[in-house]
Ligand binder design. Structure first.
Ligand SMILES: [Fe+2]
Length: 401
């Protein structure tokens, strides 16, 4: 007779698996492709908008893109109100006047057609519409807690990534710095990328916004918050930028290159909204807020110096970046591979006409202390791979000068 025995109580039970790292990944509905500007009316209807405020800027208007979009709104009986009174590095006063226009015109949704400035102002208006107050009250993460109106974003530059991100950046003119506002509510409902819109950018704007996208891709791929979901997008974005950005600058109407660059920008945006950024952006925000200089230009100048600073302690994180930039890293020490990556970024900047240093664009070293103080309070400093002190920021600024 077989005796059935129960497991003795003393048998060790398998322990629960250790809790690993948790990954979260947020992106909007994405519509991508040449000719997709025609989708804007349907997109607005789908998110429940009947009277969107179209946020654009004088340059995009002059290029004719708003005019091209309007019939697609009319087709689905969507009545829009156009607002375009903003500058680059959008200021809190511009947000306030956009919000007043939104209220006065009885709008119920936001449709941005433009670069990062237009998209960021549209997000800021959405926050105020749902939450009240002044936009600078929402500095930080998840400060806007109430529901906000639906948002559809149509980027016209290959760079900001704001059409897919959970962030907007507004200039505080009193403190002369840029404020980052973030939160999952700020992820747009729909992003519509039509690469044809990129064809009307000047060579200079193409270079600046493209190198902003490169900064997003590189900073997010080495960020403390980078995971497997962001990494692939970031590295693919780097490869795309290396391949297509120089062609876009040389031939603005090469639609294949513009499409490649729009794809890279989108992937860089998807990576950084989830993995966040680092010291390049944290420092660029301070200089840009104080001197109203182009965001992408500042990132382009600062990026190699921040990479070099980070690689002193975290060289291994730049091996994949180096490969994506075209460096053959086989058999290379991580430090040498990282220096190879820095060299590629410097070469690309030079080829695209980026000034050699901050001294060429009117930055005064006397302001470095202020930049250092403020950079350490920027939302993106926390995810830089290497801890950063005020002294480190001054060192990086001096190297970039
Ligand atoms: Fe950026």
């Amino acid at each position: 007779m077989v005796q059935i025995t129960s497991t003795p109580a003393t048998t060790p039970r398998p322990s629960a698996p250790p809790r690993g790292r948790v990954s979260k990944f947020l992106i909007p509905e994405v519509i991508f492709g040449i000719g997709t500007l025609a989708e804007v009316g349907g997109a607005i209807r789908r998110v429940g908008g009947r009277r969107p405020m179209v946020v654009s800027d004088p340059g995009v208007l002059a290029a004719g893109w708003v005019e091209r979009a309007v019939p697609h709104l009319d087709d689905v009986r969507v009545q829009h109100h156009l607002w375009h009174d903003l500058t680059s590095n959008p200021k809190e006063v511009e947000v306030q006047s956009a919000f007043e226009a939104y209220l006065e015109s009885g709008c119920d949704a936001l449709l941005a057609i433009g670069g990062g400035s237009c998209i960021d102002v549209a997000k800021a208006v959405a926050i105020l519409s749902g939450n009240g107050g002044r936009i600078l009250d929402y500095e930080g993460i998840d400060r806007a807690t109430r529901p906000i109106p639906p948002m559809v974003m149509v980027p016209s530059t290959g760079g900001s990534g704001s059409d897919v991100s959970q962030f907007c950046v507004i200039t505080d003119t009193a403190r002369r710095l840029k404020v980052t506002i973030g939160g999952r509510a700020l992820v747009p409902d729909i992003s519509v990328t039509d690469p044809e819109l990129l064809t009307t950018m000047s060579g200079e704007l193409t270079a600046h916004t493209g190198l902003d996208a490169l900064s997003h891709a590189i900073e997010s791929s080495v960020s403390q918050a980078c995971d497997f979901l962001s990494k692939g997008h970031a590295l693919a974005a780097i490869e795309g930028i290396v391949e297509y950005l120089p062609v876009c600058v040389q031939d603005p109407y090469d639609l294949t290159a513009r499409e490649g660059m729009a794809r890279a920008s989108l992937q860089a945006g998807v990576a950084f909204t989830n993995a966040l950024l680092g010291a390049t952006h944290a420092i660029a925000h301070q200089i840009g807020g104080a001197l109203d200089l182009p965001h992408g230009l500042l990132n382009a100048i600062l990026l190699p110096h921040v990479m070099r600073f980070n690689a002193e302690t975290h060289a291994e994180r730049y091996v994949g970046v180096a490969q994506a930039l075209g460096v053959d890293t086989a058999g290379l020490d991580p430090g040498v591979a990282a220096e190879g990556a820095v060299g590629r970024v410097e070469d690309l900047g030079r080829a695209l006409g980026i000034p050699a240093g901050l001294h060429e664009i009117g930055v005064d070293p006397a302001d470095f202390d202020q930049f250092a103080h403020n950079a350490l309070r920027d939302a993106y400093i926390a995810t830089n791979p290497r801890p950063v002190s005020e002294d480190d920021v001054r060192r990086i600024c001096l190297a970039a000068y």
